[in-house]
Design a protein around this ligand. Structure first.
Ligand code: SF4
Length: 455
């Protein structure tokens, strides 16, 4: 906890976000801004005073605001890092590093990105290099996508809830009586959305059935949803996150239904941790499910998490090594974060070895894989990041285009969020998270959603 006093009221939440990067800082801090021909910032904390200045920015109101905010954040970062040390992503908060990189490359015709990141935002050399690698891995996929959309289908049910989870998901057992109706509404919505996409003359670039744990549904329900989707010849991912939800016959239904990619996510291969975080499966069940998915011919993604509560560096290393030995097509290495709506929300997360874990994973996976997408969230351990690694040629187009907000998302199901992009401006439409409400108000809500798509 800290107390912030500032005269730069309209930037106070940005300044507070910057201070929060320094988790060890718990004190009073004053940040004063004065504006003339120069911007001046005076930062005072724990009896220390630091002063920074630069020429006042010029341009339209938005530009001046953006650059003044940046100056304040850099001032606070410089002051606090002089006491607590530099951070891997420097002063960056609230912005996707790749977005910043693409904006820079557009303005500067592809040169000097790493220098820009390290010198302007104090991003570490290693993270700046990672970002460059990602930009280069994404380049074959950043093409003319004017007419493309992604179709997303949400299945908001899981068997229990993982401690770190913030996704819209309800207990499948407690909601058993609603599943039939939910699947019926969902299928109607999928068919109607496909009609809208076809009427607009757009092309579906990729399909993603996520959740929740879609594979927690029965074979009949899964088959019904896949029949409603029925779009062949595209990248088509089906999330079968938890190994305890996977059977050979479900995998067959999923494959026959058109999916060519599957996510099986152990998060850790340590049984004690799996039990502690509320995942109702063991490492052995994960290995079995993985084997069956591989035999069924899927492209496989696995997710693991660094910094899970109670895990040591050796626990994490064993997980990373175990996954590496399996040689999945894609691996996403997450850093534990304290998300709103999760059990961890109120807890103070700590993991002394988080940077070591992250570096280990990066060095281990880049022996064979290359990083191809990256995103950061608030309240991540060590202010680190989530990185997707892929074998060359197996990059998940959905992950790239969703993360980089390159194409509209036509989303179906309770708790799903559709996105439209008009002249670079993104607008969103959210469906109700509550499954009962989604079913009860389906007709009227879908009418409004259709207007959103068509508007
Ligand atoms: S399986 Fe996934 S969606 Fe379900 S509770 Fe766990 S993290 Fe959340």
């Amino acid at each position: 906890m800290f107390e912030l006093k500032t005269n730069a009221e309209k930037y106070s939440s940005d300044i507070a976000d910057e201070i929060r990067l320094f988790t060890a800082f718990e004190s009073d801090i004053s940040v004063e801004l004065s504006v003339s021909d120069f911007l001046r910032c005076r930062v005072e904390f724990d009896g220390e005073v630091r002063e920074y200045s630069q020429k006042a920015p010029e341009g339209d109101e938005l530009t001046v605001k953006r650059l003044t905010k940046r100056f304040l954040k850099l001032s606070v970062y410089s002051a606090l890092s002089s006491r607590y040390g530099d951070l891997p992503w420097g002063s960056l908060t609230g912005v996707r590093p790749t977005k910043l990189a693409y904006e820079w490359l557009k303005r500067n015709e592809g040169s000097g990105l790493q220098k820009y990141l390290t010198e302007t935002f104090f991003v570490s050399e290693k993270k700046a290099r990672t970002l460059s690698e990602i930009i280069s891995a994404q380049s074959p996929y950043i093409r003319d996508l004017e007419n493309s959309v992604n179709l997303y289908v949400h299945v908001p049910f899981c068997d229990g809830r993982c401690s770190y989870c913030s996704f819209p998901s309800a207990d499948i057992n407690k909601n058993a009586a609603l599943i039939d109706d939910y699947v019926s509404c969902l299928c109607t919505e999928i068919r109607s959305v496909k009609e809208i996409i076809a009427a607009e003359g757009r092309d579906i670039l990729s399909i993603y059935v996520g959740g929740g744990t879609p594979s927690a549904l029965s074979e009949e329900h899964i088959a019904k949803i896949l029949r409603a989707i029925d779009v062949g010849g595209r990248e088509f991912t089906f999330e079968a996150g938890r190994a305890d939800s996977i059977t050979k016959s479900k995998l067959r239904v999923i494959k026959e239904g058109g999916a060519n990619r599957i996510c099986i996510n152990p998060q850790t291969l340590n049984d004690a941790t799996l039990a502690a975080i509320g995942r109702r499966h063991t490492a052995e069940q994960f290995y079995k499910a993985y084997d069956e998915a591989q035999n069924a011919g899927f492209i496989i993604n696995t997710d693991i998490i660094a910094g899970l509560t109670g895990e040591t560096f050796d626990d994490f290393r064993r997980t990373a090594d175990g996954i590496y030995a399996l040689h999945p097509h894609n691996v996403t290495v997450h850093t534990l974060s304290r998300k709103r709506g999760s059990e961890l929300q109120e807890q103070q997360l700590h993991c002394a070895d988080i940077e070591k874990m992250s570096e280990y994973a990066y060095d281990a996976f880049t022996k064979t894989y290359r990083p191809y997408y990256l995103y950061r969230q608030k309240n991540m351990l060590g202010n680190l990041e989530n990185i997707g690694f892929s074998l060359a040629g197996y990059e998940c187009v959905n992950n790239i285009t969703v993360m980089e907000e390159l194409v509209p998302v036509y989303a179906c199901g309770a708790g799903s969020i559709s996105k439209k992009i008009t002249n670079g401006v993104i607008t969103r439409h959210a469906s109700p998270k509550d499954v009962r409400l989604y079913i009860e108000e389906f007709g009227e809500r879908f009418r409004r959603k259709s207007e959103f798509f068509r508007g």
